[in-house]
Ligand binder design. Structure first.
Ligand SMILES: CC(=O)SCCNC(=O)CCNC(=O)[C@H](O)C(C)(C)COP(=O)(O)OP(=O)(O)OC[C@H]1O[C@@H](n2cnc3c(N)ncnc32)[C@H](O)[C@@H]1OP(=O)(O)O
Length: 206
């Protein structure tokens, strides 16, 4: 069985470490150049360079960087470690309910209370955060973040790098463009283009 290293020591990393512990997995610790204190029973290992003292075959990485809108840094962390030959763990809280046919890419993180319905596919390194629900046949791209409590109706598309803020509601069949941000609490009733920020009810460009 491989051991796990969490990259980062902030709030998102803390939540992930708890899931790993609940799953009974072997967590070596977390990386954070600005900290030395344990989080729960996980030790701080130092900065990210420490990872390279383990061979890629012996460990799995967990991307512990959270995001409040811009997912580029998370993407950069994922891609740089992939280039060095390392793999990322897919992390699923035991309370999450996923249809058996849901397809999750490498490194996807599914937090407590999430529901993901049949026919849904989620790309690499995406987060489905606490109590979000994704209904049937959704297509979620790579490096996306569905923040806590978001509700996606059926057949929704979320393109690469998009961020759906806390409590967002998206009606059926709508597409959210690449790297766009949907502000917390918005109700999305029509397609959102790429690289824009929308908010409000109904959602409009800020
Ligand atoms: C576990 C976790 O914590 S995961 C983290 C989850 N966090 C999120 O999802 C955060 C999502 N981010 C937001 O909602 C942000 O407010 C954003 C991205 C929409 C806007 O952020 P910024 O670009 O910094 O905008 P800023 O705060 O300067 O506000 C600009 C204007 O938009 C308004 N505004 C900001 N956010 C929203 C929103 N969600 N809905 C409606 N209006 C908003 C502001 O009131 C302000 O209006 P004003 O000019 O009349 O005063």
């Amino acid at each position: 069985m491989r051991s796990y290293i969490v990259l980062g020591g902030g709030g998102h990393a803390k939540v992930l470490m708890e899931i790993l512990r609940l799953r009974g997995l072997d967590v070596l610790g977390y990386t954070d150049p600005h900290s030395s204190v344990p989080i729960g029973d996980s030790q701080c290992l130092g900065n990210d360079d420490l990872v390279e003292s383990y061979s890629p075959e012996t460990i799995l990485l967990v991307n512990g960087l959270g995001s409040v809108g811009d997912n580029r840094k998370r993407k950069q962390i994922f891609e740089s470690w992939k280039e060095k030959g390392y793999s990322f763990a897919t992390v699923i809280h035991p309370s999450a309910i996923l249809s058996p046919d849901v397809v999750l890419g490498e490194g996807v993180q599914v937090m407590a209370g999430v529901i993901i319905q049949t026919g849904t596919k989620i790309g690499v390194n995406s987060i489905v955060n606490t109590r979000a629900t994704i209904d049937h046949d959704a297509k979620i791209g790579h490096h996306a973040h569905i923040a806590p409590g978001a509700i996606l109706s059926g057949n929704v598309t979320v393109q690469d790098g998009a961020h759906l803020g806390t409590g967002v509601t998206v009606i059926q069949g709508v597409s959210i463009g690449k790297n766009s941000i949907v502000g917390a609490g918005a109700v999305v009733v029509k397609d959102v283009e790429e690289n824009v920020t929308v908010a409000g009810v109904p959602a409009r460009r800020l």
